[in-house]
Design a protein around this ligand. Structure first.
Ligand code: PMP
Length: 402
């Protein structure tokens, strides 16, 4: 049999299952936004309850203005890699500002968050072992695999399993423990303090991907390391500008020596064009707004509480999330797809995800600080009407008190 390398696995398979059930869920283009925070998709106003623009900054006037100014001043591209001609002063300012905000000695800006994680390859060499949470983001896994060492995954947030893995490792090199801060699909939070303790016990370095907790967790919004009092106790933080910072780009931050090693040695950083000027300026302006307007974070959490409570009251189980990422499970992709399509009919678009990106078929629901309680109500009502219409079996959440 001849194997077609373009025809196997991944999202393509999920899409085929959905298409067979008449559901067309992916690559749906947003055509614009209304003044009251609705997206326009297929010419219709909908509540887009799937965005990672957690603080609603991607369309903030200060962010847009800063991006437009940078575009006019520096052009559309830096036209080269950072070490050669592709560094602009905005990158340097952003690196200083984001390092200070994260409470880290140093930072290096990358072109995407995915690229920042690919740079972790430079922290791995022959004989090194990375212990990676089984539900870490694909970019962390790929970055670690690109390094020369061994990658061992431990069961999701299972400290006992991680310890057994650490005990069993015989490789002669260094050890890294690598985790998402907030897990991107299920919205649960890594046990960072316990991971730090284990790392100390075994002489390992601790790396956290704060893509979904930067701007979201901690008193200042710096992320999980701040929320857990570990500001100066992580060996590297990676993050993205494409979520709470409303732009595009990535960052690695931590002790200067660690950042420097990746800045000079990571192929993903050295051999790729630097962050576009408009994106750098947008991230800088967004950081200012994030700091100046903490009420945005409060609104995000308030809306997230409304979502969790409202969906639980309807009998949907949103565990294990304790964050603005609200997961709702279904038995399979066909059931999740049918529900997703029902929500669309009711004017609400959420994220439809399934294996291999997740362990189960789910809808991933998020609201942002650009939404209000009215949007939350529309989402909850859409879940109620769709569940009634499709007769979706539900069980009241055990923690919910009516
Ligand atoms: N890490 C995590 C945990 C993510 O969820 C994502 C994006 N989904 C990334 C990294 C990659 O970020 P970017 O979109 O900037 O490439």
């Amino acid at each position: 049999m001849v194997i077609d390398p373009f025809d196997r696995g991944g999202l393509q398979d999920a899409e085929a299952v959905l298409r067979a059930h008449g559901v067309d869920a992916y690559f749906r283009a947003v055509q614009g936004w209304t003044a009251d925070g609705c997206a326009i998709i297929d010419g219709r106003e909908v509540v887009l309850a799937g965005s990672n623009d957690y603080l609603g900054l991607s369309r903030h006037p200060r962010v847009i203005e800063a991006a437009a100014e940078a575009l006019a001043r520096y052009g559309a591209s830096v036209s080269g890699s950072r070490p050669l001609n592709g560094t602009i002063d905005l990158h340097e300012r952003l690196e200083e500002r984001i390092a200070a905000f994260l409470g880290q000695e140093s930072a290096a800006v990358a072109t995407t968050g995915f690229q920042a994680n690919l740079a972790l390859a430079a922290a791995m060499g022959p004989g090194d072992v990375a212990f990676s949470d089984a539900r870490n983001h694909a970019s962390l896994i790929d970055g670690l695999r690109l390094g020369g060492g061994t990658v061992r995954s431990y069961r999701h947030t299972d400290l006992g399993h991680l310890r057994r893995r650490l005990d069993a490792a015989t490789e002669p090199g260094g050890r890294l423990i690598v985790t998402d801060g907030v897990f991107s699909m299920e919205g649960d939070v890594a046990p960072l303090r316990d991971l730090r303790e284990l790392a100390d016990e075994y002489g390992a370095k601790l790396i956290v991907d704060s893509a979904h907790d930067l701007g979201v967790l901690g008193q200042r919004g710096a992320g999980l390391h701040e929320a857990t009092g570990l500001e100066d106790r992580v060996d590297l933080i990676t993050a993205t500008f494409s979520k709470a910072l409303g732009s595009t780009g990535g960052v690695i931050a931590g002790p200067a020596a660690n950042v420097r090693r990746l800045r000079y040695n990571a192929r993903a950083l050295v051999f790729s064009a630097g962050l576009p000027p408009a994106s750098a300026a947008a991230a800088l302006a967004a950081l200012d707004v994030l700091i100046a307007e903490p009420h945005r974070r409060e609104r995000l959490h308030e809306l997230s509480r409304l979502l969790h409570d409202g969906l639980r009251a309807l009998g949907f189980d949103t565990r294990p999330s304790t964050t603005p990422i609200v997961p709702v499970s279904f038995p399979d992709m066909a059931a999740a797809g049918a529900f997703w399509a029902g929500l669309c009919d009711a004017g609400v678009v959420v994220n439809l995800v399934g294996p291999p990106a997740t362990t189960r078929a789910m809808l991933r629901v998020t609201l942002t600080a650009a939404h209000d309680a009215g949007h939350a109500e529309r989402v909850i009502n859409a879940f109620a009407t769709t569940a009634d219409r499709l007769r979706t079996p539900r069980a009241p959440h055990p923690d919910h008190r009516f």
